[in-house]
Design a binder for this molecule. Structure first.
Ligand SMILES: *Cc1c(COP(=O)(O)O)cnc(C)c1O
Length: 370
């Protein structure tokens, strides 16, 4: 087994995982086996703990097989009833994806857009909610730019206007603290393969129980029915359909490693250190971040293409890949950018190796500093 020989993934997921997480998957367990059901129970409890909650409190953890988008689609399609109205807040590609889902599911909805380089403005949200929306949805870390949106401030507005709050916390959960207990969040979605450092294949939803119970019978999909999925897990501890067994074994191990690292605070500090090291090094090489520093989160950083006409992203990407370093294209409308993630089982020592490779590639491409 070539554990540890793969390229380093400086991407927004899938990510570089630990050897322990990879090893945890080398099992065959039956989906109704007691050992597996114990794993599922432990994961659901650990997800609540990671959000600062306890089992038996006001929130429930529901596991939804699939990538993160399946979780978002499950929440939007289950939470908003036929007579409900959803306001989608968007300042990047993942906000737009929620709008696309709302359109595809034919939910009554509106989209309130903000520039990609600026956080969502609670005052503007308040003005829009005054027109009457049962639900409002936003992305916490907009992974397309790396920006952090003000979930708490939008939550205050949603509470005042009586709207339920749905949060795509896909790329922030497990590293950017969000205190659910005292929050207005009714549904939070994340997945196994971002800051929890598991492998791809399972999304999860932390739902306020009272809001979850109100979704009964509203889902537009059988496999993505949030309420039925929860009821299945509650009644016999099982998934309704074939569970991603190895993904869950990996997630169980990943959650144990998060705990060993010191929890959300410690993980966030590691990512922040990675991100600072990255930006400092990239600036020294002439690459400028897209976002102003005050809006930049620790998860992923967008860098502008250098003005040098010799810069070609495909070539840059290919040469870095040949050095064992994978970066990511950007999905930004405002400027030509590429992105570098600083999450996963990576440390500042890995970031320094990436910076060495970027310097090497920039010299090979004969790029002039910006
Ligand atoms: C990764 C991510 C998703 C989900 O993407 P998948 O490709 O379905 O895993 C959704 N929202 C945000 C903010 C993300 O970072």
């Amino acid at each position: 087994l070539n554990i540890g020989r793969d390229k380093r993934l400086f991407t927004p997921g899938p990510l570089t995982t630990s050897a322990g997480v990879k090893r945890a998957m080398l099992r065959d367990l039956g989906s109704r086996d007691a050992e597996f059901l114990t794993v599922v129970k432990r994961i659901r409890e650990a997800l609540l703990t990671t959000a600062g909650l306890t089992a038996g409190g006001a929130y429930e953890a529901v596991l939804i097989p699939g990538s993160g988008t399946y979780g978002v689609e499950s929440v939007l399609g289950s939470a908003v009833p036929t007579d409900g109205r959803l306001l989608v807040l968007a300042n990047g590609a993942y906000g737009e994806r929620m709008a696309t889902i709302a359109g595809r599911l034919r939910l009554a909805h509106e989209v309130l857009r903000f520039p990609e380089e600026r956080p969502i403005e609670p005052a503007a949200v308040d003005g829009a909610l005054a027109r009457g929306f049962s639900h409002v949805a936003l992305v916490h870390c907009e992974t397309s730019s790396g920006l952090l949106n003000p979930v708490d401030a939008v939550g205050d507005v949603a509470t005042r206007r009586g709207s339920r709050l749905l949060v795509d916390a896909m790329s922030s959960f497990g590293a950017v603290p969000l205190d659910l207990a005292g929050s207005a969040v009714d549904f939070l979605v994340s997945s196994s393969n971002k800051c929890l450092e598991g492998v791809p294949g399972c999304a999860f939803v932390l739902a306020r129980r009272q809001a979850l119970l109100a979704t009964e019978g509203h889902a537009r999909s059988l496999s993505l029915d949030l309420f039925d999925q929860w009821r299945g897990l509650e009644t016999n501890g099982q998934f309704r359909f074939t569970p991603p067994v190895q993904v869950l074994l990996a997630l169980d191990q990943a959650l144990a490693e998060l705990h060993d690292e010191g929890g959300v605070g410690a993980r966030g500090r590691r990512y922040r250190a990675n991100q600072r090291c990255l930006v400092e090094g990239m600036r020294a090489l002439g690459f400028l971040p897209f976002l102003p520093e005050e809006h930049q989160g620790p998860i992923i950083t967008a860098f502008r293409y250098p003005r040098d006409p010799r810069f070609d992203f495909e070539e840059f990407y290919g040469r870095l890949s040949a050095e064992g370093m994978l970066i990511y294209p950007a999905k930004l409308l405002a400027a030509d950018c590429f992105r570098i993630g600083t999450i996963g089982r990576l440390f500042t020592s890995d970031v320094r190796l990436l910076l060495d490779a970027v310097g090497l590639v920039a010299r090979a491409m004969d790029l002039a500093p910006s």
